[in-house]
Ligand binder design. Structure first.
Ligand SMILES: C[S@@+](CC[C@H](N)C(=O)[O-])C[C@H]1O[C@@H](n2cnc3c(N)ncnc32)[C@H](O)[C@@H]1O
Length: 282
């Protein structure tokens, strides 16, 4: 019995995946995705031709090192199940924390205007729309391919997508001028690796996820600098900026925020207790 023969029961294919990948968790996910049934309940079910072929293809892709999230084609993020593929960054747990902080910043408002700069899969923008009933969000990206994924994910949140607008362009340049001075919340998980950090990154990240979603430039703070420098021109009087960054970038990001005239600085930790989110206000 091999995955390539694509015959037998799901229990047998599960065994093949387990032997090949060495991960019970991943073997279960592949079986559940291909069979459309929970594991181990599907164990004695015969494998149909198409599900068997799909399982074999997924196992092959995972065996070559492609991230599990791309192989499965979707991934959970807060309350959402998002489509993900190589056009977008795989949404991370630390970005779920970013969204939590952004929602706190929005909490006192019954209605609000928010901007998600560098939306990728739409994870942040769609979570805001899904979890705050009164927020309207402009979600931008410089990558047309990423915006296609965000649009597909917007279709998955039903009528709530009416409060989402997608815009293509370089950071602030993507937004219509009429939003100047009206934005209550700017949220962003920008690229924040330096070129050297990306070169040294885990191959599962470096070789599969879009470099434009990961690398900001020679120092790693280039995107943060563009976002913070532009923010005062777009924020409403009591508006907030909530950005994700790497822990060693906090002092430089704080300096950039102050240089832009932003204050009331607050730093929040991720689930591992590392400084991960910077909040500044106008
Ligand atoms: C780290 S990813 C974040 C994706 C998504 N928000 C998330 O948290 O999963 C950064 C995103 O910024 C986008 N980006 C990179 N450079 C940009 C630029 N100059 N202007 C706008 N977006 C940009 C990338 O295409 C990518 O989708």
């Amino acid at each position: 019995m091999t995955a390539e023969t694509l015959q037998g029961t799901w229990r047998e294919l599960h065994r093949v995946a387990l032997d090949r990948l060495g991960s019970p968790r991943e073997a279960r996910w592949l079986v559940e995705e291909a069979s459309g049934r929970p594991w181990p309940a599907c164990g004695d079910d015969p494998v149909g031709e198409q599900p068997g072929r799909r399982f074999g293809a997924m196992l092959e892709r995972r065996s070559t090192g492609e991230p599990l999230q791309y192989v499965l084609g979707s991934w959970a993020f807060r309350t959402l199940e998002l489509l993900v593929d190589r056009r977008v960054l795989i949404p991370r747990p630390e970005t779920e924390v970013l969204v939590g902080v952004a929602l706190e910043a929005l909490a006192p408002r019954a209605s609000a205007l928010a901007v998600d700069l560098g939306t990728g899969s739409g994870a942040v923008a769609l979570s805001l729309v899904a979890e705050h009933p009164g927020v309207a969000v402009w979600a931008t990206d410089a990558s047309p391919a990423a915006l296609d994924v965000a649009a597909a994910n917007a279709a998955g949140v039903g009528g709530r997508a009416a409060r989402l607008r997608l815009a293509l362009g370089d950071w602030w340049a993507a937004l219509p001028g009429e939003l100047r001075g009206r934005v209550d919340l700017v949220v962003s998980n920008p690229p924040y690796l330096s070129a050297a950090e990306l070169a040294a990154a885990d191959p599962a990240v470096r070789d599969w996820e879009p470099a434009s979603a990961l690398e900001a430039g020679p120092t790693g703070t280039e995107a943060l600098a563009a976002i913070l420098a532009g923010a005062p021109g777009w924020l409403a009087d009591d508006g907030a900026v909530v950005v994700e960054l790497s822990p060693p970038q906090v002092p430089e990001a704080a300096r950039l925020a102050r240089a832009a005239g932003l204050g009331a600085l607050e730093v929040r930790a991720d689930l591992a207790g590392r400084d991960r989110v910077l909040v500044v206000r106008r």
